[in-house]
Design a protein around this ligand. Sequence first.
Ligand code: GDP
Ligand code: MG
Length: 159
Amino acid sequence: AKIDEFAWTGVNERTFVAVKPDGVQRKLVGEIVRRFEKKGFKLVGLKLVQASEDILREHYWDLRTKPFYNRLISYMSSGPVVVMVWQGLEVVKTARKMLGETNPAESLPGTIRGDYCVEVGKNVIHGSDSVESAQREISLWFGPNELHRWRSSSSQWIY
Ligand code: GDP
Ligand code: MG
């Protein structure tokens, strides 16, 4: 189901971020949440889940013909993932910058992939690549009751 499809602009833009199984195993959840919180984005959903193959195949539908696709699905189902929804101005583009490049070797120090991983097949984090992908991914991973509306006490110091 589509969630609030007319409200996903400006300060209400949302993105989908997931700490992958290697990130959870390597205890990077707190560090990753910390970076998004300190940046000024608002957390509107978060949960630890063991992803099913079905949800992963739908999530990575656009990569289904890639040679690494099956490896990607088994990597992503190798343990629990922490999925989250972050909200804020230009959050989709900014989150991608915070993540770094797909290949950690091309990711600058200071980015999450640049700081915490070395290989493309174990790159610790996912972030939506566009507002449209974010809408699709959020509605795939979260039910409407799992996304929370709340007033952040610091928003007047961020906007
Ligand atoms: P992303 O949007 O930066 O995550 O990159 P893509 O959407 O292109 O790919 C999705 C995920 O597939 C990446 O984050 C990697 O975990 C994995 N992946 C992409 N390219 C490769 C590759 O060449 N080899 C392997 N093993 N995994 C890859
Ligand atoms: Mg992608």
